[in-house]
Write a protein that binds this ligand. Structure first.
Ligand SMILES: Cc1cc2nc3c(=O)[nH]c(=O)nc-3n(C[C@H](O)[C@H](O)[C@H](O)COP(=O)(O)OP(=O)(O)OC[C@H]3O[C@@H](n4cnc5c(N)ncnc54)[C@H](O)[C@@H]3O)c2cc1C
Length: 464
């Protein structure tokens, strides 16, 4: 009898201990917020939330599938760069990451010149007096390193590399926790899962978000180009080409620019494999060559330009000529497929999509990552409101505010960019006339141009 009682006593204690052990294990794998994907957007989001005093008592985990690499600023420029808008730079300043970028290197864009190879139509964007840049060209690796540097000072954010999310499950009826499984077998729970895992987002797929996407059957060739060093390099050039692609030169420093050249996927393979000299010749052709034009187009743009001059409005003609490309570092050449994608919903209970996981755009307007950073600004604000009101982080009501605010901004931008891709993909004369007159009119109407510039700058005043 005594032995039986002792046995039962030990058994009960053992079960209690094992339960305690299990619960500690579960709670140590529970986070308030998990950010899945540590690209530019995910890392900046984790850093922004971690630095916000409203989340001082929250445990945040950032999971990134790739290896942690020791990165040092290379002598040569990386071929992956982004044209950052003013709102993005403000965000990076707010989290103290910009000082690492400005202390290293970036290319201020004082003027943007966009023109159509099929007509005389052109448009220029610049801020009054050339004081404030219209964009900032920053290497993606440098931006990521700058934010990672700052993240090291945030003790509420834990970062795990080589952590590929393999599965996730939304909260069940009556539950609040999202479940997450990694490829290596580790599992986590959280109150809020933020999917920042890029255009092929696993979070988006696992959570069954409806997603509309299409490929343009185009590739973007990127490379670092050598230019003459005789004048300051502060102008971004973009020429729309008769094959429906565009060629953009983004200034890095005196004598160097980064190139994005979009074209049909088959042609891109051919161009990317040209010898260095032939590649440089092809770029100069795309920048300079006079393309065959329709007489109707020339007549229409000339008449419209005369009208613009009559009313003393800014004329459409090119104010400056692009530089001649002298060379290209062959190792800097790479190609990326171009597409568009948009999730019908960005949120569900306990889950939100951010950055390319929610929306992907053609690089024609240099807006992709800027939209993602806009999401970060908005989500940080909305979640802070939720916490202040004593709500849970995964509360759908607050997450819906994020979705509404961001879709109001992102959807028109994505549609405009998609519309421009379509508009420039044809050589049908009436369309060429229409787009050329549209470009001339936009260039002439300063208030319209200023409005477009404020949209491209990320609606700085609204987001502040
Ligand atoms: C040629 C080209 C030029 C561009 N130029 C510009 C520009 O000038 N300006 C601009 O604003 N935008 C530009 N863009 C767009 C910009 O590059 C993207 O919008 C941006 O990289 C998206 O960032 P992201 O962090 O959302 O996604 P990603 O960069 O795709 O990052 C996703 C991260 O998630 C990780 N990940 C993926 N799956 C998992 C998983 N299952 N578990 C854990 N981690 C995971 C990945 O390793 C990656 O680190 C350009 C794009 C192209 C192709």
């Amino acid at each position: 009898m005594l032995v039986n009682n002792l046995n039962r006593y030990f058994l009960q204690n053992l079960m209690f201990l094992s339960k305690r052990l299990q619960s500690t294990q579960v709670s140590s794998n529970h986070y308030d917020i998990i950010v899945a994907g540590g690209g530019m957007v995910g890392t900046t989001l984790a850093c922004t939330l971690g630095k916000n005093p409203k989340f001082a008592d929250k445990k945040i985990l950032l999971l990134e599938s790739s290896k942690k690499s020791q990165w040092r600023l290379p002598e040569t420029y990386s071929n992956r760069v982004s044209a950052l808008n003013a709102a993005t730079v403000d965000l990076l300043k707010d989290i103290d990451a910009w000082k690492h970028i400005s202390g290293a290197r970036f290319g201020p864009v004082k003027r943007m010149q966009v023109w159509d190879a099929s007509s005389e139509a052109a448009i220029t964007f610049e801020n009054d007096g050339f004081e404030e840049p219209v964009a900032y060209i920053v290497e993606n690796d440098l931006l990521l390193d700058a934010v990672r540097n700052e993240l090291q000072n945030v003790n509420t954010v834990e970062v795990v590399y080589q952590a590929k999310v393999e599965s996730c499950r939304p909260p069940r009826e009556g539950e609040d926790e999202v479940n997450l499984g990694l490829e290596n077998g580790t599992s986590y729970t959280c109150d809020l899962l933020l999917g920042c895992d890029g255009a092929n987002s696993l979070v988006r797929k696992e959570m069954d978000f409806h997603h509309i996407a299409c490929n343009y059957n185009q590739m973007g060739i990127v490379a670092t180009l050598k230019l003459p060093e005789d004048s300051p390099n502060v102008v971004a050039w973009q020429r729309h080409l008769p094959d429906g692609g565009f060629l953009a030169l983004l200034p890095l420093t005196q004598g160097f620019s980064s190139m994005v050249w979009s074209m049909n996927a088959k042609e891109a393979k051919r161009v990317a494999s040209l010898s260095e000299d032939a590649f440089v010749d092809a770029i100069n052709d795309a920048l300079w060559k006079v393309q065959p034009r329709s007489g109707f187009v020339d007549q229409a743009t000339q008449t419209f330009d005369n009208l613009i001059r009559f009313f003393n409005l800014p004329s459409t003609s090119m104010t400056q000529c692009p530089p001649k490309v002298l060379g290209c570092d062959i190792k800097s050449r790479a190609m990326f497929p171009l597409g568009i994608g948009h999730a019908t919903n960005y949120v569900s209970k306990g889950v939100a999509l951010v950055g390319d996981a929610a929306h992907r755009v053609h690089p024609l307007a240099g807006q992709g990552v800027n939209l993602g950073f806009g999401d970060v600004i908005c989500l940080n604000k909305v979640l802070a409101e939720a916490v202040y009101a004593g709500s849970t982080l995964g509360n759908l009501q607050y997450l819906k505010n994020y979705e509404t605010e961001r879709q109001r901004f992102n959807v028109p931008m994505i549609l405009v960019v998609h519309g421009l891709v379509q508009l420039y993909s044809t050589q049908f004369t009436p369309v060429v006339i229409l787009r050329s007159l549209g470009l001339q009119a936009t260039n002439a109407l300063t208030p319209l141009k200023k409005f477009l510039m404020s949209q491209a700058a990320g609606l700085r005043s609204q987001q502040a």
